[in-house]
Design a protein around this ligand. Structure first.
Ligand code: ADP
Length: 327
C-alpha cells in the first residue's frame, strides 16, 4: 500500500542554474494548493544533514520566478557521500514527518537521491536543474536555455570586435563533461570549429583548416571550446595552434560564471513551472525515485537510476552540420 504524501521537502543541490527559483515556486505552490505542508531545505544535502529546514508558505516564493540563483542556496556536500550523513538527513526528515522529497539539481544530485531512496523510505523526485543539459531522458533541463543564450549574446559581441580586427578567437564556454552549451552556442553564432568533450578533435585537422582559411584570406575565425574539450580549455588550444599560424592573431576569451547567472529565460521559467507542478503530482500519485523529463513536449517520469547510468548523447548529425555550415 502506497503511503500518502502529506509533507514535502524541496532542495536545490550542486551547481546552480537559472530557473531553480521558478521550480521551487512551482513545487511549493502546487503542494499548498493540494493542502500539503511544504518545507524548504537550505544548501542542498548539507542543510538536510544540518537540519536547516523551514516551513514554506505561498508568500515564501513570491517575486522569485524572474530571479537567477536559488533562494534555498545550494552546496556540494561531502557528508552525503557517506551512509552516516544520509542517515542524519533521514532522521531530520522523519522527525518532522516529511514523507516526500524534491531534489532540484544535476546528475550528481540525482546520484545522491538514488542512494538515499534505496536506503530509506523517503520517495524522491528529481528535477533536472543544470545548465549542462547532460541528463539522459529529457529534451530540456532547467537553466540550459538561459545559459546558452547568455553565451550567444556574449559571443555575438566578441564577433563584432573579432571581425573589425580580422582575428581568430577561441571562446571557452562551460561544460566540463558535456558539450551542449558549446555546440548550441557555437552553431548559433556561426563558429567555424566547436570542440567538445564527447568528440575527439584532431588538432592537425583543425590547424590545416585554419591554414587553408589563412590562404583564402579568411582571417576571421571563431572557435568555441567547451571547458572539458580534451586539451585543457581555450588557453591550451591557443598554445597548440598559435605556432602553426604565425600570420593570425589568436585571442582567447573565457566566458566563465556569467553563464550561470541572470534572469531565467521564458523557456526556463516555463519548463521549471511545469516540472515543479509534476514533481508534486508524482508524489501524490505515489511515484518514487523518478525524475520529471520532457520528451516531444510530453511529461515523462523516468527512473532516477536511468539518468545516472546513461549519458545523454550528441548525434553525429550535429557535428556534420557544424562542418558544412562553417565552410
Ligand atoms: P550536480 O548535481 O550539479 O551534478 P554534484 O556532482 O556536485 O552537482 O552533486 C551534488 C551533491 O550531490 C554532492 O555534493 C553530494 O552531496 C551529492 N552526491 C553526488 N554524487 C553522490 C553519490 N554518488 N552518493 C551520494 N551523494 C552524492
Amino acid at each position: 500500500m502506497v503511503k500518502k504524501v502529506t509533507k514535502i521537502g524541496v532542495l536545490t543541490s550542486g551547481g546552480d542554474s537559472p530557473g531553480m527559483n521558478a521550480a521551487i515556486r512551482a513545487v511549493v505552490r502546487t503542494g499548498i494548493y493540494h493542502g500539503l505542508e511544504m518545507y524548504g531545505i537550505m544548501r542542498g544535502y548539507q542543510g538536510l544533514i544540518e537540519d536547516d529546514i523551514a516551513k514554506m508558505e505561498t508568500r515564501s516564493v513570491a517575486n522569485i520566478i524572474q530571479r537567477g540563483g536559488t533562494i534555498l542556496k545550494t552546496a556540494r556536500c561531502k557528508d552525503f557521500y557517506e551512509y552516516e550523513g544520509r542517515k542524519k538527513a533521514y532522521k531530520n526528515l522523519k522527525k518532522r514527518g516529511i514523507n516526500g522529497l524534491v531534489v532540484i539539481g544535476g546528475d550528481g544530485s540525482f546520484r545522491g537521491a538514488v542512494k538515499f531512496s534505496q536506503e530509506f523510505d523517503i520517495p524522491c523526485i528529481g528535477l533536472a536543474g543544470t545548465i549542462d543539459k547532460d541528463i539522459h531522458g529529457t529534451d530540456f533541463t532547467i537553466g540550459f536555455d538561459t545559459a546558452v543564450n547568455t553565451a550567444v549574446e556574449a559571443i555575438d559581441k566578441i564577433r563584432d570586435t573579432m571581425d573589425a580586427h580580422d582575428r581568430v578567437f577561441i571562446i571557452e564556454v562551460m561544460g566540463r563533461d558535456a558539450g551542449y552549451i558549446a555546440l548550441h552556442s557555437g552553431i548559433a553564432t556561426g563558429a567555424e570549429n566547436i570542440l567538445i568533450p564527447e568528440r575527439k578533435t584532431d588538432i592537425k585537422d583543425l590547424v590545416l583548416s585554419l591554414q587553408e582559411k589563412e590562404r583564402r584570406k579568411k582571417l576571421v575565425n571563431l572557435i568555441v571550446v567547451a571547458e572539458g574539450d580534451g586539451f585543457g580549455g581555450a588557453n591550451e588550444v591557443q598554445k597548440i595552434i598559435q605556432d602553426e599560424l604565425p600570420n593570425s592573431e589568436i585571442r582567447v576569451c573565457i566566458l566563465g560564471h556569467i553563464q550561470r547567472g541572470g534572469a531565467p529565460s521564458c523557456l526556463d521559467r516555463l519548463i521549471a513551472s511545469r516540472m515543479g507542478y509534476h514533481a508534486v503530482e508524482c508524489l501524490r500519485e505515489g511515484r518514487h525515485n523518478v525524475f520529471v523529463g520532457i520528451l516531444n513536449n510530453k511529461m515523462h517520469y523516468i527512473p532516477l537510476e536511468n539518468a545516472v547510468k546513461t549519458k545523454s548523447k550528441i548525434s553525429d548529425e550535429w557535428m556534420k552540420i557544424v562542418k558544412i555550415l562553417a565552410s
